[in-house]
Design a protein around this ligand. Structure first.
Ligand SMILES: [Cu+2]
Length: 245
């Protein structure tokens, strides 16, 4: 291990220590807060950071983007855009103080939006409501540091978790009972079918077995009558046929 790689190694250790202690401390500026992108929600939907903080947007499920509204960020701030991604994440350093509203390109119309307040709230985002969905007030974001969205949490998260794809939430809410019970009805019918089929098979098996034996005995008797086999052979084979279960 040479000097520079040792320094890197120590650096990694230090970063880990800072991240570890940061979880319980209040020195948040050096951390990288994570906003999860799930099925039609950002979590937390409201986040307060100090200027200079890097925020990581990370895919929890689905395909999303974290895209700033160019006209809802502070004057002179960078309009970030992760592009549409389905795995991994995207990081952006928030330098300019103020209020940042952002959205998910595929899911803006179903209210997948979020707000980040850097330092003090301010800028055009404070002047008008967000075009789709809802974001917490900047005051409550500053107050609580992170605000999770309970209203979309219940719809979006449970629906997304229960069934895959769009419309899953509706299936869960409206037809979930039927959808869930159908497999059981199917299993019950299937079981009946199996039992019934087994009975039919057993009966027909016995029947064909008996028919087969009768025919064999008849053939044996004919052969004995014609003198093709002697009495000893006839009796042996007859015994074998009649002894068979
Ligand atoms: Cu999305």
């Amino acid at each position: 291990m040479n000097r520079s790689s040792r320094r890197e190694f120590l650096g990694v250790l230090a970063t880990g220590a800072v991240a570890g202690t940061g979880l319980t401390g209040t020195a948040r500026a050096q951390e990288t807060p994570v906003v999860e992108m799930g099925n039609n929600y950002f979590d937390p939907v409201g986040l307060h950071v100090e200027p200079g903080t890097t925020v990581r947007f990370e895919i929890a499920a689905g395909t999303h983007s974290a895209t700033a509204y160019p006209d809802r960020i502070p004057d002179g701030a960078d309009a970030f855009d992760s592009g549409t991604i389905s795995q991994g994440g995207f990081e952006h350093a928030f330098e300019t103080p103020g209020t940042y509203d952002y959205y998910c390109i595929p899911h803006e119309s179903v209210g997948m939006v979020g707000r980040i307040v850097v330092g003090e709230p301010g800028g055009p985002a404070e002047d008008s409501p967000i075009p789709y969905g809802e974001v917490p007030s900047s005051a409550s974001i500053v107050d609580e540091s992170t605000v999770s969205d309970d209203s979309t949490g219940d719809d979006g998260r449970h629906g997304g978790g229960g069934m895959m794809g769009p419309g899953g939430g509706m299936m869960n809410d409206r037809g979930g009972g039927w959808v869930r019970s159908l497999p059981f009805v199917g299993i019950a019918l299937g079981a009946l079918g199996v039992v019934g089929g087994a009975l039919v098979w057993l009966l027909s098996r016995d029947e064909s077995h008996a028919e087969h034996d009768d025919a064999a005995i008849a053939t044996l008797e004919e052969r004995y009558a014609r003198g093709e086999i002697d009495e000893e052979t006839y009796r042996q084979r007859l015994d074998r046929l009649e002894d068979e279960p």
